[in-house]
Design a binder for this molecule. Structure first.
Ligand code: NOJ
Length: 445
């Protein structure tokens, strides 16, 4: 039996969301198109050809949804600002309706005693900037910095908790190397340019927030997965090291002043030489007040000479006969424990917050109820691992469940349900799942 009070009085419990996944009103109220609006408009990119708009219609329903956050007992609400709602063309003219929307949302949180955590970039780049090359283009940095300044000056008096980027490895790899997420670009050249500009944006953003907002608590998030070799052969061990460089080390190490993790992988070494990234070590460094970790699965990898560049192959949870979620992601709280420890070992990581963790299952609403015992079990396992880490002295300051309600799960469309609240996408009716009620009880305990 685990209780919220075991984590101490000051531990922050929250629930996380992202603009593109919930807001809707993609072309209304002055918002400019984002890369996800463009990407989802094309057929064949998203499961069942689901279209992004209206998602959860959060733009119109935010007050009811914040009331649900309150009802479940969370003290923190994490949301992101849609860049093209503030700056429809990515830079230049400001959309005052967009500015007002986030003021209203922040005020709604504050009136309910809920602390807002704002993510500045959760994957929805303005399409106008993508037309210039997006994250592959040098011009992105000035545009991002201007956007950060606008948000900081506008909301910094009311909001003290900020997250610069959401999962930089997620959008640079899926969007600029594999092409399965927006903007659908592929290839190593695109990937490495996007990585470099993203690592700069991450630190620049932190520095701007620091200079514009007094008493700000500044973080950024990283996806993370423990990477294990499938056998103890040298080739599998080296393959696992290469994947670890990509999945875990690529963005945190520049913030620590270590540059990119070149030592275990010659491809990264070449990237560093070609782009002269060693000259940028100082600029890529930033002393974040906290880092956000987001963990969903471990990875078991095998050497495979036929896979270009990385020469590694994932041995899926299903074929290893491991318990997994509807996404095929292995449920393994020990690996969560191990990967948090790996990040905590960086000498300049001061505090860690779990900024996302959750699971998708094939939920069904039957007579107004969603029974989701697997999700409850999942949270119990992961929260136990978290408590163990806390008791061992890891500086953990909070935990946010992913996510408030079923939403647009990127390439999966509306088919993957991660919410604590079930959403009927036809009627927008919300129903609290059993796991939502489980959290409600847990948070009282
Ligand atoms: C990480 C991303 O930040 C979030 O947007 C996504 O929905 C979850 N993972 C689940 O895949």
């Amino acid at each position: 039996m685990i209780n919220a009070s075991d984590f101490g009085q000051n531990f922050l419990w929250g629930v996380a969301t992202a603009a593109a996944q919930i807001e809707g009103t993609a072309t209304q109220y002055g918002k400019g198109p984002s890369i996800w609006d463009t990407f989802t408009a094309k057929n064949g990119k998203i499961k069942k050809n689901h279209k992004l708009d209206p998602a959860c219609d959060f733009y119109h329903r935010y007050a009811e949804d914040i009331a649900l956050v309150k009802l479940l007992g969370f003290k923190v609400f994490r949301f992101s600002i849609a860049w093209s709602r503030i700056l429809p063309a990515g830079r230049g003219e400001i959309n005052q309706e967009g500015i007002r929307f986030y003021h209203n949302l922040i005020d709604e949180c504050l009136t309910h005693g809920i602390t807002p955590y704002i993510t500045l970039y959760h994957w929805d780049l303005p399409q106008a900037l993508e037309d210039e090359g997006g994250w592959t283009s040098f011009s992105i940095n000035a545009a991002f910095n201007a956007f950060v300044s606008i948000c900081a000056l506008e909301y910094g008096d009311k909001v003290k908790n900020w997250i610069v980027l959401n999962e930089p490895f997620g959008y640079t790899s899926l969007g600029y190397m594999l092409g399965v997420h927006a903007p659908g670009k592929t290839g190593l050249g695109n990937f490495f340019s996007a990585v470099l500009h993203t690592a700069l944006a991450q630190a620049d953003g932190g520095k701007i927030l620091r200079s514009e907002i007094s008493k700000a608590n500044i973080g950024t998030t990283f996806s993370c997965s423990e990477v294990l070799p499938s056998t103890q052969s040298d080739s599998d061990i080296l393959a696992a090291k290469r994947v670890d460089c990509l999945m875990n080390r690529l963005f945190v190490e520049p913030t620590q002043g270590m540059g990119f993790p070149t030592a275990n992988w010659d491809v990264l070494e070449k990237f560093q030489i070609e782009y002269g990234t060693w000259r940028l070590h100082e600029r890529m460094k930033f002393d974040f007040d906290f880092i956000g970790l987001q963990n969903y699965f471990p990875l078991v990898v095998k050497y495979n000479a036929f896979i270009p560049v990385i020469q590694a192959w994932e041995v899926k949870a299903k074929s290893r006969k491991k318990p997994h979620t509807a996404m095929g992601w292995e449920v393994n709280a020990d690996s969560f424990y191990n990967i948090v420890k790996q990040f905590a070992a960086y000498p300049n990581v001061k505090n860690i917050m779990i900024t996302e963790n959750g699971a998708a299952y094939h939920d069904k609403l039957i007579n107004g109820r969603v029974e989701d015992p697997e999700r409850i079990e999942y949270f119990k396992l992961y929260l136990n691992a978290l408590l163990k880490l806390k008791k061992e002295g890891i500086n953990l300051t909070g935990c946010m469940a992913w996510t408030l309600m079923d939403n647009f799960e990127w390439a999966e469309g509306f088919t993957a349900r991660f919410g604590l609240i079930y959403n009927d996408f036809k009627t927008q009716e919300r129903s609290i799942k059993d796991s939502g009620y489980w959290w409600q009880n847990f948070l009282k305990s």
